[in-house]
Design a protein around this ligand. Structure first.
Ligand code: TNX
Length: 584
């Protein structure tokens, strides 16, 4: 288990924890020149980070009380819920966790016990069992049941126990996230709480609508250390997301060490927006992230943004810059000014060196090559570059992903375009889909978590409009882009760009409560889509986040519980703030 940093309303300032491996860390910022020609949108004023975090913490801590949980109170909404009010089950100090003998199933059982032990104080011993259906058990069982698919599960709560069955460990993993949500909110406490740990009786059968459900964290504009990333993975996992896209490189900083190109980090990693400290991931750091993600059945999608958004790389390797330019470090927020020279043969050696190393260190199938906002590389120069980069990715055995600007380039086997448009009429993207591309949907005006909630949200952008929770929820991935059939939609992703986001508390403020809305669009059958029901289910998560020490945005659209609704047995035993281990 990897530690994650303490987060409590009393300690709203989060800085990356000191590196435990290699040379990662923050480095003093170098103020860059800002006289580079610019296109694009105005810079966002720097937020009062501490103030925002205090506000969020205050909001998160005001009078929220856990409410009784019903079987259908799960986010994302399950495919099928059959309550049986006579079949509730209550955990006891004698409850055991029985699990199929396969090591990946056992690992899920261990994570479940890690999740439940702190608040319950129960031992929850894990035993392997070929026939794990005894009384007073939580049983996690691998079964041959093809209709559950690669990520589905079935959960049965009977008076004698809870059984989760799935065809894969990933299915069991999603099942334990549901189990966790069916317990009282105080299950999220890091210290023992006296409560009746009752699960509502009945059964749930569940599997995802789309195979790709993700979020993106921009670690280039501001750098976030490994512990922050692990904590974000925990949040994704709760809502059954299965991909974390890391935007690793941009004009303001290069964040991943590449051994064959050392200057990328010795020179290119030292800056961030607004003079904030830079930083980068060593190979060991990156390994920690992909391993932690993998244990949670989550795939890391690394992005090396090419050929634009490359100012930091160009400060390290100026020979790749267009003739006549001398790149200087950049800490502003404009886009579209930098690019690798597509006419220079060395550019492709560089691209192969970088993508080769990143591919070798990435267990997942995807390699994201960016491709957005390379305004100065036009027409055939752009498509020619993209086609070469796509071939390089294929040579390293990976499937290419890129922003939908890649669309005009020739198709390459399996390629995936990430659509961040706001107008669903996009014939160029639709044409790429006809030629074989699949889409990840990140519509800027619904899924961009760097957009403000309301005009007075203290951080974030508004170029794609304001995105309150309802707007994040109210769209359909299957019909969002005209002439793109549902079968071409691989899934959804919620990107968080961080020009104005400087701390973990601010990440959480922008993620929650909108991330669960996007997660539900990716997981739940369309038939369950219902704003009134969603906002009520989501409301129950406020007390969970509070119990877990997560400072979220208390959107007024959501009917957060404000009165103590729990029986007296469910009082929190005033947990003292203290560091906790990673959970999820
Ligand atoms: C557009 S979305 C960008 C990013 C910015 C973001 C800010 C995309 C592919 N490019 O470079 O950070 O807007 O919202």
């Amino acid at each position: 288990m990897h530690p994650t940093p303490a987060t409590s309303p009393q300690q709203p300032e989060h800085r990356p924890a000191p590196a435990t491996s290699g040379a990662t860390g923050t480095v003093p910022a170098t103020d860059g020149g800002t006289s580079i020609p610019t296109t694009s949108r105005p810079a966002t004023a720097q937020p009062a980070a501490g103030e925002l975090a205090r506000l969020a913490a205050h909001e998160a801590g005001t009078g929220l009380a856990p409410a009784p949980v019903r079987l259908g109170d799960v986010v994302p909404a399950p495919e099928q819920v059959r309550p049986d009010p006579r079949a509730d089950f209550t955990l006891s100090a004698d409850t055991t966790v029985r699990v199929s003998p396969e090591p990946d199933a056992r690992a899920v059982a261990e994570r479940l016990a890690d999740l439940l032990r702190p608040a319950t104080g129960y031992r929850l011993p894990i035993t392997e069992a070929q026939h794990p259906e005894l009384a007073d058990d939580i049983a996690l069982v691998l079964v041959q049941q093809p209709d559950l698919g690669p990520e589905g599960y079935r959960l049965d709560v009977t008076p004698t126990g809870v059984r989760i069955s799935a065809a894969t460990a990933a299915g069991l993993h999603h099942g334990i996230q549901t189990l966790r949500q069916l317990l009282p909110a105080t299950i999220e406490s890091s210290t023992p709480v006296r409560a009746a740990w009752t699960l509502p009786g009945g059964s749930i059968t569940d599997r995802p609508r789309f195979p790709y459900r993700g979020a993106m964290l921009d670690v280039a504009r501001h750098f976030f250390g490994v512990d922050d990333v692990l904590r974000v993975i925990d949040h994704l996992t709760r809502y059954k997301l299965n991909h974390l896209h890391l935007h690793l490189t941009d004009d303001q900083g290069w964040r991943i060490a590449v051994e064959s190109r050392p200057r990328l980090t010795t020179i290119g990693a030292h800056t961030a927006v607004g003079g904030s400290p830079g930083g980068w991931y060593t190979p060991a750091d990156y390994q920690r992230i992909v391993a932690y993600a993998g244990e949670r059945h989550l795939t890391v999608v690394p992005e090396i943004d090419l050929p634009g958004h490359t100012n930091a790389a160009l400060t390290a390797y100026p020979e790749l810059a267009p003739e006549g330019t001398t790149p200087v470090p950049y800490t502003g927020t404009d886009v579209g000014f930098s690019y690798l020279d597509p006419t220079n043969a060395q550019t492709y050696e560089f691209v192969a060196d970088v993508l080769g190393e990143v591919a070798a260190r990435t267990p997942g199938p995807f390699l994201h090559i960016g491709g957005d906002e390379a305004f100065a590389v036009k027409g055939a120069a752009y498509t020619g570059f993209v086609e070469r980069a796509q071939r390089i990715v294929a040579e390293f055995g990976k499937t290419v992903v890129g922003w939908h600007q890649l669309a005009p380039a020739a198709h390459s086997e399996g390629r995936v375009l990430q659509w961040w448009g706001t107008d669903g009429v996009d014939p160029t993207t639709a044409d790429a889909v006809r030629r074989g591309a699949r889409l990840i949907l990140s519509p800027g005006n619904h899924a961009y978590l760097d957009m403000k909630y309301t005009s007075d949200t203290p951080i974030g952008h508004d170029w794609a409009g304001l995105i309150d929770v309802r707007r994040a929820y109210d769209w359909d991935p299957a019909t969002r882009v005209t002439e793109v059939p549902a079968e071409a939609v691989l899934g959804v992703e919620a990107p968080l760009w961080t020009e104005s986001v400087t701390s973990l508390a601010e990440i959480e403020f922008m993620l929650l409560p909108r991330l669960p809305a996007i997660a539900e669009l990716g997981w739940s059958p369309r038939a369950t889509h219902d704003w009134a029901a969603f906002r009520t289910r989501l409301a129950g998560h406020g007390p969970r986040w509070t119990a877990a020490g997560i400072a979220f945005h208390r959107s007024p659209e959501i009917p957060w519980p404000t009165t103590p609704a729990d029986p007296p047995t469910a009082q929190v035993a005033a947990p003292a703030p203290r560091p906790r281990t990673g959970r999820g």
